[in-house]
Structure formats: C-alpha cells, structure tokens
Design a binder for this molecule. Structure first.
Ligand SMILES: [Fe+2]
Length: 530
C-alpha cells in the first residue's frame, strides 16, 4: 500500500475519490465533507491509501484509467512522484469545465457510512458511555435514534441506532467496533439500506438528461406541428442541443426564428396583462428584473444562460436544457441540486395560445421567475432532496405535491387568490379560471374546489393533465407552503436524509446506503465501458 495524494480541487475531489474507491487496493479515505472543509481552511491535499499499481475489476491499471478519456484531466497534469508511490492531479486547465464522467461507482464517499444497532441499559450515563468511543476514535456520527427494546424481558434496555462515517476495514472503525463489542450488551452491524440509483454530484445530471422518455420530436397526430416538416426538423435540432449539453458548460445560445419570436410575443402580450391581476407579488416583483437582466420582452425570447446567471446570483438555481419529458424521479432529482430541467422548443406558430406540452413559454414565463424567490427555491429543492433514493411510492407522492404547488399552487395575498404555480402563470385561461372571483372565468362557468395547502392531502389527490384542474391547494403564503412541505418531507419514511453542499455541488447522506442500479443504469454503464 502506498499513499496517494489528491490535490484538492473543489470540482474533482468527490468523484475522483469515488472512482478510485472502485480499484483493488483502495482502503480508505476521509468523508467528502471533511475534505471540503480541509480545502477551505488550508488548501490541503486529501489522502487515501492505495497501491499505485492497483487495478480495477477489468484489470485496468490505475494509472491507465486516470489517463484515459474518462477524465478530461490533461494527462500531462497527472504525475506520480519519483518513487511512483504518490499521485498528483492538476486540473487547472479544465477547472471551469465538466471534468469527468460519473455514474460508474458502486462505492461513493457520500455513502461511505456504517449503521449499527446496539442495546444499552436504561440508566443515567449509558448513552454517554457509548458515545465516548466515537469521540475517542474521532468518528463522526451522522444519525442517532433510540427506542425502548422490543425484545421480551428487556424493559430495562434501549435499542440505539447509530449511523457514522466510515466502513469496516478502516482502522478507526475497526477499533471502535472492537471496543463497543467489548463493552455493550449487544451490537449488530446492519446491512446497508438498498436504494434506487440517485445522482450524488451535479455532473451526474448528464446521465439523467440523456434518458428522456420522449425526445420531443415524435409528435402526436393531433399536435399542431405534426404535418409541418420544418417545425419537426427544428424540434430535432433543439433536442440535439439539449442532448449534447454537459453540466457546467454555458448553455448554448439559440437563434430563434421570426416565427418563433412572433409566437412568443403573442403569448407574452396576452399573459402579461393577466399576470398583473392574478400572479403572486413575488412573481410580479421579479418580472421587471428579468426584463432588465434576462431580455424578457415581447420581441425577444430569453436565453437559458442569461436566466441561469441571473438566478444563480439570487438563489443558486440554474436552468439546464432537456430534450423532452423525464420521469418524475429524474426530474425531481435535478431540483435537489438547484437545477431545473427546461425545454427550449416553442409551440407551433399556427396556434400560439395553445400547446399540448410544456414549451419554452411555460418554462420561462411560468417557472423561471419563481426560482428567483428564495422561499420558492428552497421549497423546490426540498422536494428534490426528498426524491433522492426514494421508493417509487414516495416519488409518486412527491410528484403530486409538486403538481399541486410548483405547477398549480395558489396562495392568499390581501384576501385574494394569487398564483405561484407555473401551470397557471403560463396559461391565461386557467390563470383566470383559478384566481378570478367572478364567473364565467377562463371560458367556463364552472368553479373549482379550493383546499388549504396540505401535502398529506395533495399526495393522495389525482389530477387531470389535459383539462383545467378541478382542485387547487391554497397556501397562506409562500413561506407557509415551504414550511408545510419541509415538515412533510421530514415525516416521510425516507431511506436517508440528504443535504446539498453548494461548494462541492454534491449531496451528503446521513446513513449507509447501497445503490441499486436499474436496468437502464446498467445499460448506460455498459455503453460507457464501466
Ligand atoms: Fe412545468
């Protein structure tokens, strides 16, 4: 075993360690959060132990792998020291670019955790006696729970569940477990929780963006652009832009055609008048700023890159292009990284006030301004973090909450109903239908049902996707919407709690998990020769 030193580059440390950890000979590394701290405080190198002649499961030598195309690191910046025992990376040349391809790692620093179950006596100081070993061996506890023992005749005992950083095989962890075995009534090292694959670094959103369910070019026969070859070709070209985009790059500027700009202008003019009456005040405060900084006007379609730069400064959110429809899981996962997947195509010019699918009018007029509001941005990320590694059942619940809030949410302001959901803000008919106190509104006499915003009700409520909503949920305010969603997410039976680190653009999870790849993920790995 030799020491491998990795210069601490904010953009590369977590993934490189995760890749390295799949090599034979790898034994340990420090958790990524600590590494991040080290970077901030003293620009130190992080350290892991590995033989420089290590090979991965395919027999590929470590050095060859690191020099391969998987890393965009310039091979000239890759150096072993004179004894071939220390390895250095320099990634300066690519510091602003996408650095490497992820998704290949079964072991990740963010999931390098252990879970144990112990039984301790119900007496003063018992927990302290247990925890002092963690302090002694400098091991970071990430979660602790207790409950009365469920075993018979054990009324004087408590079960303690503890998750901590590190794995068996690491010196301090082994010493901790040895000490606890020696002192505790019983101790059990639990299997890692199996969870569906989820992105752990923002660059892994490239994997998600390339598995669209519908690339946006196979139009249905009733689509207004179905018989227009020019329109279909344009959709294909914009889909290619999205599919070729890599996270971290500037979003390419699109030169929109005169037809497209006129279509946008028709929607913009029609919608702007109604927005003044029915949009929430947060939206109306932001819109003038987006006109000023992002080019919102009736004769210009704003560019995703300009909007992202603006949002980044206000709330850290960004838009990234996507070719078409994503699964609920993939779409929500992006929000955990404060990334919103956004289409770039526009509806057909023959029917500017109608679209059978979300288009750029919906994304930029409905969604984008709201991401400039701090409460709304946090609210959206809360749903995203809860979606990471969630069960299919919980994804469905979260998707319904998303639908009834981010898409069709209402809130009360000065005694009136105001819209904060993008599906309303970008649809003049439904905006009036949902918010206007008079009838007819939005072209109909019918009146929808209004319920107080309650995620526990929303997560069980079905909804139509081709007609006006029969039910809307009304929050007391955006802050109220956020707090109720946060409380709901905390009570959800989640496999772990995830925290986003904006410095490393990665998520940290608080317990040991084993990522289970689905067939699609395995296929992508095989395609990429992992
Ligand atoms: Fe939407």
């Amino acid at each position: 075993m030799h020491l491998v030193r990795l210069p601490f580059s904010k953009r590369i440390v977590t993934p490189q360690l995760s890749v390295l950890s799949s090599f034979q000979g790898f034994t340990s590394f420090q958790p990524s959060e600590r590494l991040a701290d080290a970077k901030i405080k003293k620009q130190s190198h992080s350290v892991c132990f590995m033989s420089s002649s290590s090979r991965n499961s395919r027999g590929q030598p470590l050095a060859d792998y690191l020099k391969s195309k998987k890393f965009s690191t310039n091979p000239q910046n890759l150096e072993f020291d004179n004894n071939n025992t220390h390895l250095s990376f320099s990634n300066q040349a690519n510091s602003n670019n996408h650095v490497f391809d992820l998704g290949e790692d079964d072991v990740d620093p963010n999931t390098n955790k252990t879970s144990i179950l112990m039984e301790v006596g119900d007496k003063p100081g018992a927990l302290h006696e247990t925890l002092r070993y963690f302090w002694k061996y400098d091991i970071n506890i990430t979660r602790i729970e207790s409950r009365p023992s469920t075993k018979r005749h054990r009324a004087d005992k408590f079960d303690i569940f503890i998750d901590f950083d590190g794995s068996r095989g690491e010196r301090n962890v082994d010493r901790l477990l040895y000490s606890l075995h020696d002192k505790m009534h019983s101790i059990l090292v639990l299997d890692k929780k199996e969870v569906p694959w989820f992105p752990r670094h923002v660059s892994q959103l490239d994997i998600i963006a390339n598995r669209v369910l519908d690339a946006g070019i196979d139009l249905m026969s009733d689509h207004p652009g179905f018989n227009d070859p020019v329109y279909r070709e344009r959709r294909g070209m914009l889909a290619d832009v999205a599919l070729n985009y890599k996270q971290g790059e500037p979003v390419p500027y699109i030169k929109y055609t005169d037809d497209e700009i006129r279509t946008w202008g028709a929607v913009f003019d029609k919608q702007e008048k109604l927005l003044q009456k029915f949009a929430c005040k947060e939206f109306l405060e932001i819109l003038p700023l987006m006109k000023k900084h992002c080019g919102y006007s009736n004769d210009n379609i704003p560019q995703q890159e300009d909007i992202s730069r603006f949002l980044q400064r206000r709330t850290g959110f960004r838009l990234r292009p996507v070719a078409g429809l994503l699964s609920s899981r993939d779409f929500l996962n992006g929000l955990a990284f404060r990334i919103f997947f956004s289409t770039q195509y526009i509806r057909h010019h023959s029917k500017p006030l109608y679209t059978p699918e979300p288009d750029i009018c919906h994304e930029l007029l409905g969604h984008a301004p709201m991401f400039a509001d701090r409460d709304f941005a946090d609210f959206s990320q809360e749903i995203g973090l809860a979606s990471l590694g969630a069960s299919d059942e919980d994804i469905q619940k979260l998707a319904r909450c998303y639908w009834f809030s981010v898409e069709f949410g209402l809130c009360k302001q000065r005694g009136e109903l105001k819209a904060y959901g993008a599906g309303l803000l970008s649809s003049f008919g439904e905006l009036e239908y949902a918010c206007a106190p008079y009838r007819p509104a939005g072209g109909t006499d019918e009146k929808p049902k209004f319920l107080p915003w309650d995620p526990l009700v929303a997560d069980k409520t079905e909804f139509p996707i081709t007609t006006y909503q029969p039910t809307y949920f009304v929050a007391e305010s955006l802050m109220d919407a956020k707090e109720r969603m946060r409380s709901y997410c905390e009570d959800l039976a989640r496999p772990f709690f995830a925290k986003y680190n904006p410095l490393t653009q990665s998520v940290w999870v608080d317990r040991a998990v084993k990522v289970v790849k689905d067939e699609e993920q395995k296929r992508l790995d095989a395609e990429n020769n992992f």
